[in-house]
Design a protein around this ligand. Structure first.
Ligand code: SF4
Ligand code: SF4
Length: 455
């Protein structure tokens, strides 16, 4: 006799374990000092795929978000609400609270296969369940925070809670809100709050995988909203309602696809156990509308899914190309508000321009930096007065330098207006010849009449 029993629930639990291990361990993994993902507002930096980017490179973030949305569209078109029951933290923590803490550990709920029955009384056990979950929430919210405050700093901060009120507030109130959500709102969150549940159906097509009751085999149970039979006589459904009892969102899938269905497939598992006794497969399956209608296999590769795959590949390549062009130093140049400074030294009149250079070492190592300045088309026309020697900037740090550049010969002889020269700056790390960047600014030389005014 063939075994038709499915075990999607066990597979979900295994996936939950893998996801939890990855989510918990990823913030602790560093390559060259960088995290897989870290968005630090305190240090104004982004770590992506173990590469560090500064705020000036945040232009990569929209690409990451576009990629994320495209991936969600693709997965939803292909597998329906697969995210909801198989990866969403809301569902994972509902399983931990309802099935593990309430049912297995504290025995408040008597049967994991009946999620419709509410058990009154047992206030002490119910309070213990909420308190236990609050401690789990603290870990969950900490885990989320580690993607914004790296663990190596997070554990230092929580040793001094008085100095980190904001972090402590987010941790404790965030955990409280999350506990309220999982213990009180429960699946109502999926039905009434989650925006994804509302919009996902527009991404479906007739080939999208969904949890579907096979009316052709089981018989028609509902006419629109109304239940026709308690125990339908015309099909293979025996009306045991095991699929209804087990449903965490309290629906009857035999009424057709519903917004509340999170695709957990617990109803499919329940029905498979019943139908197996009759040597038949489950009446509820993870399949597509078209596949049920035509009795053919699900079409995974179709215009929409292939289209999403192509666009995702293009955005991914763009992200890697832009990420690989990352500069290991950054330089912003601002001129001072004065056009120039003129001073008499002996018989000579000296002209200088002042600038503020903001250097940033975006590399993972400390470096010693300096720069060269040149007026285009004029050799040996200027010299750098300040800073007079190279300077060190630690990895990831910024340094602001006041820069004075002086003309060392007469650059122009215009009686009517100041002359503007294009000035090229080549900044570099003295200890790594691969780190070099070029910037353009201007050098302003005064008109002749200005010199006559200088005493
Ligand atoms: S109908 Fe089935 S798949 Fe949908 S939420 Fe209920 S048990 Fe899960
Ligand atoms: S578990 Fe299967 S047989 Fe029982 S009511 Fe549901 S669909 Fe019918």
């Amino acid at each position: 006799m063939q075994n038709f029993i499915t075990d999607y629930t066990k597979k979900r639990y295994i996936l939950y374990g893998i996801i939890s291990i990855i989510a918990l361990s990823l913030p602790f993994i560093r390559i060259n000092g960088n995290h897989f993902f870290l968005l630090s507002f305190v240090h104004a930096k982004l770590n992506l795929f173990f590469v560090s980017f500064s705020t000036q490179e945040f232009y990569l973030m929209p690409f990451v978000l576009i990629l994320l949305f495209l991936f969600i569209f693709f997965i939803t078109t292909l597998g329906g609400r697969i995210w909801c029951a198989w990866s969403c933290p809301q569902t994972i923590f509902r399983v931990i609270y309802r099935d593990l803490i309430q049912t297995k550990i504290l025995k408040i709920r008597k049967n994991i296969n009946n999620k419709q029955k509410e058990y009154s009384g047992q206030y002490l056990k119910k309070t213990i369940a909420v308190i236990l979950f609050y401690f789990i929430s603290l870990i969950a919210i900490s885990n989320l925070l580690w993607y914004f405050v790296p663990p190596e700093e997070y554990f230092e901060y929580i040793k001094n809670p008085n100095e980190h009120f904001l972090l402590m507030g987010i941790l404790f109130f965030g955990s409280l809100l999350f506990t309220l959500d999982v213990t009180y709102l429960a699946e109502k969150f999926c039905i009434y709050v989650c925006p994804y549940a509302r919009i996902q159906s527009v991404m479906f097509d007739r080939d999208t995988m969904q949890v579907i009751y096979n009316e052709k085999r089981g018989g028609v149970i509902f006419d629109g909203k109304f239940k026709l039979h308690k125990k339908p006589p015309q099909g293979e459904c025996i009306g045991c309602e095991a699929c209804v009892s087990v449903c965490p969102t309290h629906i009857d899938i035999r009424a057709g696809m519903q917004l509340e269905c999170i695709n957990c497939l617990e109803c499919a598992d329940a029905c498979s156990k019943i139908q197996n006794k009759f040597n038949r497969p489950s009446l509820i399956n993870w399949t597509s509308v078209k596949s049920i209608e035509t009795d053919q296999k699900i079409k995974y590769f179709r215009f929409r899914t292939v289209g999403y795959l192509i666009v995702i590949t293009i955005v991914l390549i763009a992200l890697f190309v832009m990420g690989s062009k990352k500069e290991h130093m950054l330089l912003n140049i601002n001129r001072s508000s004065e056009l120039y400074q003129i001073s008499r030294v002996g018989d000579n009149i000296e002209v200088s321009n002042a600038y503020t250079f903001l250097f940033q070492n975006t590399d993972i190592k400390d470096h010693e930096y300096y720069f060269e300045a040149k007026i285009e088309g004029i050799d040996n026309g200027i010299e750098i007065i300040r800073p007079s020697k190279p300077f060190k900037i630690s990895a990831g740090e910024q340094s602001k330098k006041i820069v004075i550049i002086k003309a060392i010969k007469k650059l122009a002889n215009d009686n009517h207006k100041d002359v503007i020269f294009p000035l090229s700056i080549k900044a570099y790390a003295k200890d790594d010849n691969k780190i070099v960047i070029f910037r353009k600014t201007i050098f302003i030389y005064p008109k002749v009449s200005i010199f006559k005014e200088v005493k």
